[in-house]
Design a protein around this ligand. Structure first.
Ligand SMILES: Nc1ncnc2c1ncn2[C@@H]1O[C@H](COP(=O)(O)OP(=O)(O)OP(=O)(O)O)[C@@H](O)[C@H]1O
Length: 209
């Protein structure tokens, strides 16, 4: 892929993502996020394995830096590797859960701790470094719940929360809960919804499946 395909377009407001390092199968990448950069990618090479076991290079030595607070377009001919590049620099589970904390002006240690606790609460801690788009529907739902837990909202409004979760988690006590003196939601889906309905208008966070 030719790096000249990265075009700076117009300004927009965006929050920086969490600092992260990304590597994967057949992928040699450094995707870091400096304080003034939303995305930085250096010397990224990516290949896929063919059915014959041969490595087919898709991206070769790509580098790009996207400052935070700006809107950029990635342009290039069909098949040059745009979608592949976007997938490789996609946010990890860790960055996705941390994203909502950007508005609280928290120290990095606090963000790391909240993200770890929230992911642990939904059984997704070991997926910390996985790109979100590689997760199953139920796993994505868990990560969405972790994002809400990390924000420590007083009350969550849960709309069809359990649609993608497996049966055990739909009915397990404590499948959804808040910590540190905040509201604790326990029990099956209907009792959680009854609780939420009783809060009438005092919800802060809504999760839609
Ligand atoms: N899993 C895969 N196995 C084999 N080839 C792949 C795989 N993924 C991507 N490719 C090939 O890598 C090249 C880049 O694909 P990619 O989808 O990134 O291109 P693109 O620039 O987004 O194209 P378009 O503008 O047509 O959407 C293409 O030739 C594609 O066929």
């Amino acid at each position: 892929m030719n790096s000249s395909a990265v075009v700076h377009a117009t300004a927009a407001v965006q929050r920086p993502l969490l600092r992260s390092h990304s590597t994967g199968n057949n992928c040699a990448a450094v995707a870091t996020v400096a304080d003034n950069l939303a995305i930085e990618c250096r010397n990224l090479s990516y290949s896929v394995k063919t059915r014959q076991g041969r490595l087919l290079p898709i991206l070769n030595d790509c580098s790009l830096s996207i400052p935070s607070g700006q809107f950029w377009m990635l342009l290039g001919p069909n098949g040059c590797g745009k979608s592949t590049l976007l997938k490789v620099v996609m946010p990890t589970v860790e960055a996705d859960v941390a994203f909502g904390l950007g508005k609280f002006n928290l120290a990095n240690d606090e963000i790391t701790s909240r993200v770890a606790k929230a992911l642990d609460a939904v059984g997704m801690y070991e997926y910390l470094q996985r790109p979100v788009q590689t997760l199953s529907g139920g796993q994505k739902q868990r990560v969405a719940i972790a994002g809400a837990l990390a924000e420590a909202c007083k009350v969550l409004l849960l709309d069809e929360l359990t649609s993608f979760l497996d049966e055990n988690d739909q009915y397990a006590d404590g499948a959804v809960y808040m910590e540190d003196g905040k509201v604790v939601l326990q029990g099956d889906a209907s009792s959680i919804l009854n609780f939420v309905e009783a809060q009438q208008g005092s919800y802060i966070k809504q999760i839609n499946s």
